[in-house]
Every structure is written in structure tokens, then in C-alpha cells.
Design a protein around this ligand. Structure first.
Ligand SMILES: Cc1ncc(COP(=O)(O)O)c(C=O)c1O
Length: 445
């Protein structure tokens, strides 16, 4: 990929990542065959792997991972979770210090780190988004956001996109709209509606100007400056939900990932999210941004993905990159909305745990100090441009997706950003289908 663009400026951040490059460390643990045997015997069979011969990873440092024989450049970050590098020294030091001080109290007691972290984290959010509730995962955060939205509005129906991923708990499994991630259980879909996904690559409408990115689909487009006909069409489909499928003016919420992650780095058509948020609010609902994948500087120019849509959501949920691999999540909303939780006791044993808060503070510091957001912009842009050139050469590459810098035609407020880059091939799709069938059995596959 890099050789396809000999004249491209190589970003500084590609040349080093702030942490020392290690030689392959010695591994003294159980042998590969033994681990495979134990995995098969003791883990539930749904714990799968992307590989025929799964890697046995035993160490990480910065962007490097190691098995017994090789060093790997980690392009996946533990499913978009390792936000500042494996075993980052500053995060490790903060955790070690907290390990020696206090492990656990629960949030019914005061401990300093919880309050320090709350203040620091909400300072990153705009507007009235100043109250935080800590949880342990993205699914938990979205579960709670659903509860809050239903209590606050008194309405039941929640809209998410087809192709969305919001979690795997019984509540969020309903929001998640991939047949492969859904068990046939009653109640999962109670009060959930899935809107047509405004995806200009796989959707029925879309052209080569729809995305907020210089790498567009190769579909034709005759839109003039300032218009996006595909966006209008998808928006009309959303309006149909309000017209036909929910009680008039009574929706609890709409959830959207700012860019779809599990669904394949899907960017929506320009201007859609802003209009959708307005429509939801005029129908009594809250707009909820799921920043589990797109938050914490990952989109390059902005800290939060929703800023790229020029909106301030009513609730923001986050996890993954928040803890660089430490199990954490959070729901952030306004005081007014958060008040609804006071009508009953609500408790979370580990949410806001001292160890998690110590890690969270250090992660926020590292993102700022090491300019991780700028790193996303530079490296993402570099990758996208290189991959786009490969698409021109190879028919097998159908689309290259990611977010970065172009002057926007609609609601121009910001310049450029980038996020996880995705190259989609026909072969990849076929392999996914095969894997799904193999793992889940022909009934679900
Ligand atoms: C956008 C998004 N929301 C929510 C979740 C669920 O997070 P968790 O696996 O921590 O429950 C994920 C997980 O991949 C996700 O990508």
C-alpha cells in the first residue's frame, strides 16, 4: 500500500509511536496446543476466532503484539479498544500506583479518583453534557441510555439503524441490527425500529459526493453544490417511520454510532444525522450518540464523532478506547435528563471503580499529551489515500472507507478527519458469510 504512493508525505507518527520497539520476548507459558485444548474444553463454544489458526498473543507494547515466534503491527487495537498503545507506560504507572492504594469501594462511598475523573471526562463534552454515570462496558452504557430515554420521555419506541451495532445484552441486542448478532429470543425487539441505513456504498441511493471524506464510492452523482439527493431519500425513509410505525409524536430516542464500526466503518450521507436528530426531538425523543468506537480523538479533527455531524446529542455513551483495554464505560447526559434516574435506586458495583478511574484519567492525559487525535488524522489520511490508489488498480477492492479532511459542502463547520480505515473486498464478504455459517450453524448463518 505504501509503495503505491511514492511521493506521499509519510506522517511523522508512522515512523515512531512513542514507545520502544521490542525484540520478540521469551514466552514461558503453556504451549500452543495446550491452550487450544483448554479453549475448546472450557470456553463456551460461541467464543470464536477470526483465524483458522488463532494467534496466541502473550505480550503487547505500543503498536506491537507478540506471539511465540513473531512480532505483529497491531492494526485492530483489540477491536478498536487500545487507544493509546499496549501497556502504555503512563497508564501502567497510574494503574500500579492505584493498585498499591485502593482497589475498590463502590460509588456509594466517595473516593478521590472517581470525582477527579468525572470532572476531567465531562470537560471533554460540549453543552449541558455534564453528568456522568460510570459502567463497565459499551452494552451496559447503551442499556442504561435506553432506560434513561424511556423514563425521561415516557415513550417506549427507540430507533436505530439497520447495520448498527450497539451491544449484545438482551436490551441492546434489539438495537443491534445484524441477523448474525441476534438470538431468536422473545422480547429482544420490543419497542425497537430499524431505520434504513443511509449508506452510500451498499444502500439503494448514493453517489460519489455523499461522504464527508475525499475517498468516495465510485457511484455516479449529479448533485449540485450544497445538495445530497441520497441523503434526502434516506431521510424520507426515516420520516416514514414517524408517519407509520410509532405513536404520533411519541418516540423515546434514536441511537446512532457516529460512524458505524462493526457494520464496517460506514459513514452516512451528508447532513442526514443533523436532520434526523431534529426530527427525533420534534417527536418527543432524545438523540443518543454511541461513541463506543468513534470517541476519544479517533476521528482526527474532532474528539467526538458526533461533532463531525454538527450536533450536540442528548446522551452520549462510550466504552472501548476510554480505558485502553481496561473494562470501562460511561453514559453522559445533562443534569435535567439524569434526574430521572433518581426515581429508584440504581447501583453498579464496579462502575467508577478506583482502578478504572485511575486508568481513565491517564488515558485522557496521554491522548492530549501525545496528540493522539492528530495522529489519527495524519495516519488515517495517509492510509486512506494509499488504499484509494490500490482500489484504482485492483477490481477486487470495492470500497475504501474512513473519515478525514475535505471541505464540507453541507453545513460547513469543520475541515477534515479520519477514523479506522476499511477496505472491503468481495472476497472478504464471502469469507464472512462462510465463517458465520461455520460458526453459528446453517440455521442462523
Ligand atoms: C458502537 C458500539 N457500541 C457498543 C458496543 C458494545 O460494547 P461492549 O462489547 O463493551 O459491550 C460495541 C462493541 O463492539 C460497539 O462497537
Amino acid at each position: 500500500m505504501l509503495t503505491t504512493q511514492p511521493n506521499a508525505q509519510r506522517p511523522e507518527s508512522l515512523k515512531h509511536h512513542g514507545q520502544q520497539q521490542l525484540d520478540i520476548p521469551t514466552y514461558n507459558g503453556q504451549c500452543y496446543e495446550e491452550v487450544v485444548k483448554l479453549r475448546k474444553k472450557y470456553l463456551t463454544p460461541n467464543v470464536t476466532s477470526y483465524y483458522k489458526k488463532p494467534l496466541l498473543i502473550h505480550k503487547g507494547s505500543g503498536a506491537q503484539l507478540f506471539d511465540q515466534e513473531k512480532s505483529y503491527l497491531d492494526m485492530f487495537g483489540g477491536i478498536v479498544t487500545v487507544s493509546v498503545g499496549h501497556c502504555h507506560p503512563k497508564v501502567n504507572a497510574a494503574l500500579e500506583e492505584q493498585l498499591r492504594t485502593l482497589w475498590h469501594t463502590t460509588n456509594i462511598y466517595m473516593h478521590p479518583k472517581l470525582h477527579e475523573y468525572a470532572e476531567k471526562l465531562v470537560s471533554k463534552l460540549p453543552g449541558d453534557l455534564k453528568n456522568v454515570y460510570f459502567v463497565n462496558s459499551g452494552s451496559e452504557a447503551n442499556d442504561l441510555a435506553m432506560v434513561i430515554a424511556r423514563l425521561y420521555t415516557g415513550n417506549h419506541d427507540i430507533i436505530s439503524f439497520r447495520n448498527a451495532y450497539h451491544g449484545a445484552s438482551p436490551y441492546t441486542m434489539g438495537l443491534t441490527a445484524h441477523s448474525t448478532w441476534r438470538y431468536p429470543l422473545p422480547g429482544v425487539n420490543s419497542g425497537i425500529l430499524h431505520a434504513m441505513n443511509p449508506d452510500p456504498y451498499t444502500g439503494i441511493w448514493g453517489g460519489n459526493q455523499c461522504r464527508d471524506s475525499p475517498v468516495q464510492t465510485t457511484r455516479n452523482c449529479d448533485c449540485q453544490d450544497g445538495e445530497c439527493k441520497a441523503s434526502d431519500k434516506y431521510y424520507e425513509q426515516l420520516e416514514q417511520i414517524f408517519k407509520y410505525s410509532v405513536p404520533r409524536g411519541k418516540v423515546a430516542a434514536m441511537f446512532a454510532e457516529s460512524i458505524q464500526g462493526v457494520g464496517g466503518t460506514v459513514q452516512y450521507t451528508k447532513g442526514y444525522i443533523k436532520r434526523a436528530a431534529e426530527l427525533v426531538r420534534t417527536n418527543g425523543g432524545l438523540f443518543i450518540s454511541d461513541e463506543v468506537q468513534s470517541g476519544f480523538g479517533r476521528t482526527g479533527e474532532h474528539y467526538w464523532g458526533f461533532e463531525g455531524h454538527d450536533i450536540v446529542p442528548d446522551i452520549v455513551t462510550m466504552a472501548k478506547g476510554i480505558g485502553n483495554g481496561f473494562p470501562m464505560g460511561a453514559v453522559i447526559t445533562s443534569r435535567k435528563i439524569a434526574e430521572v434516574l433518581s426515581q429508584a435506586l440504581h447501583f453498579n458495583t464496579f462502575g467508577g471503580n478506583p482502578l478504572a478511574c485511575a486508568v481513565g484519567i491517564a488515558v485522557l492525559d496521554v491522548i492530549d499529551e501525545e496528540e493522539m487525535q492528530k495522529n489519527s488524522l495524519d495516519v488515517g489520511t495517509y492510509l486512506l489515500k494509499g488504499l484509494e490508489q490500490l482500489r484504482e488498480k485492483h477490481d477486487v477492492i470495492g470500497d475504501v472507507r474512513g473519515k478525514l479532511s475535505i471541505p464540507r459542502k453541507i453545513n460547513v463547520h469543520r475541515k477534515f478527519i479520519c477514523i479506522t480505515v476499511r477496505v472491503e473486498t468481495c472476497e472478504y464478504k464471502r469469507r464472512c458469510e462462510e465463517l458465520t455459517t461455520a460458526n453459528r450453524g446453517s440455521k442462523l448463518g
